[in-house]
Write a protein that binds this ligand. Structure first.
Ligand SMILES: [Zn+2]
Length: 146
């Protein structure tokens, strides 16, 4: 089975999250995609976000302050998910680094903002809702629901 490293970006603003309709799976999901050769997961998350929504974003996340001697520390993802993705024609295993992102420019072309209280009824996977609740909580912008 194909195993891919993928990266995603969750954008939270004013207590809302930006989601797109996944072209192959048909569900609402945060933007993301495959990490290309010669690209880091952080770069992939930022590139995919721009391609899928029109918005330019920057990955944000905690760092421990490690560095020097040619080493810089990268922002930590919000979570890392191992996903079995069942496309109509093939199954992939995705190692998905899910980052929080912040907006730095661009124009919204595609996607929809969802408020925290719209997430319950959202047409998507339960794990996507869990990530979105986590993102709202991590940014201090949402009410945690059981
Ligand atoms: Zn894949």
């Amino acid at each position: 089975m194909r195993r891919c490293v993928v990266a995603s970006g969750v954008l939270v603003e004013d207590g809302r999250v930006l989601l797109i309709r996944h072209p192959r799976l048909g569900v609402w999901i945060y933007p993301g995609g495959h990490v290309e050769p010669n690209e880091t997961p952080r770069e992939a998350a930022e590139r995919e976000f721009k391609e899928e929504t029109g918005l330019m974003v920057e990955v944000v996340g905690p760092r421990h302050g490690i560095g020097g001697d040619g080493v810089t520390e990268e922002p930590l993802p919000l979570t890392i998910l191992l996903e079995t993705v069942r496309y109509p024609d093939e199954v992939h295993i995705h190692y998905d680094l899910v980052f929080l992102v912040r907006m730095v420019g661009g124009q919204l072309r595609e996607g929809r903002w969802f408020a925290a209280d719209e997430l319950e009824g959202l047409e998507t996977y339960e794990n996507v809702k869990e990530v979105l609740r986590l993102a709202l909580r991590a940014t201090g912008q949402g009410v945690l629901r059981p």
